[in-house]
Design a protein around this ligand. Structure first.
Ligand code: SF4
Length: 205
């Protein structure tokens, strides 16, 4: 019998730094109205049971390690879907001081599913596309190959690494998002002289 994991993909959902619009649409796609379950999709809270990782919202210094940890706990073969434009690129929050960028700044993304908010139909379409990639990865894995040579991981640039201070160094592997926007100071580094504020200057007078 020909077993295919994609016939019954289990998904796990994580909401990053979002407005919750995409978050609720992903949940809607799993409920009876849109009924992703008719394709065999099962929602799980355990990364070790999940085949497809649905991520909504952008990545920041707080949630980047969480996204990476969930991904690393998932077993191969696995797929990642960036749900909504914030997850794809940072969206309207891209230039915010605390936003590093889309999900691919943390982990390799296999399917980019835009929308603001993403529609449940798009979520289901993205899951179906991810199933196709899951099949390819499974075939490679069963043949003794490396599933990371298929899908988003094959061309991933490695994303960003956070320094010990929890900040992203300006320009360190980012696509520009996450750097201090022009006119705003970069995060202070250890050993920097204290920043002089108007209040401190007044006190010194
Ligand atoms: S893409 Fe739009 S709806 Fe989705 S999290 Fe971002 S701002 Fe909210």
């Amino acid at each position: 019998m020909d077993h295919k994991m994609s016939r019954s993909p289990w998904v796990i959902h994580y909401d990053g730094s979002s407005c919750n619009g995409c978050d609720i649409e992903v949940l809607a796609s799993l409920t009876p109205l849109f009924d992703a379950e008719r394709f065999g999709v099962v929602n799980t809270g355990n990364p070790k049971h999940a085949d497809i990782f649905l991520v909504t919202g952008s990545v920041n210094a707080q949630n980047l390690p969480v996204v990476r940890q969930i991904y690393n706990q998932m077993l191969e073969p696995k797929c990642v879907v960036a749900c909504g434009i914030c997850a794809c690129s940072g969206g309207v929050f891209r230039d915010a001081y605390n936003v590093i960028g889309g999900v691919d700044r943390a982990i390799p993304v296999d399917v980019y599913a835009p929308g603001c908010a993403i529609r449940p139909e798009t979520v289901i379409d993205a899951i179906v596309e991810a199933c196709g990639i899951l099949d390819q990865k499974e075939t490679v894995l069963r043949a003794g190959g490396d599933p990371l040579t298929v899908g988003g991981a094959a061309t991933w640039d490695g994303g960003v690494e956070l320094g010990e201070d929890g900040f992203v160094a300006a320009g360190a592997g980012t696509d520009g998002a996450g750097d201090a926007p022009a006119g705003k100071p970069a995060a202070p580094a250890a050993g920097d002289a204290p920043v002089e504020t108007p209040a401190a200057a007044k006190e010194a007078e």
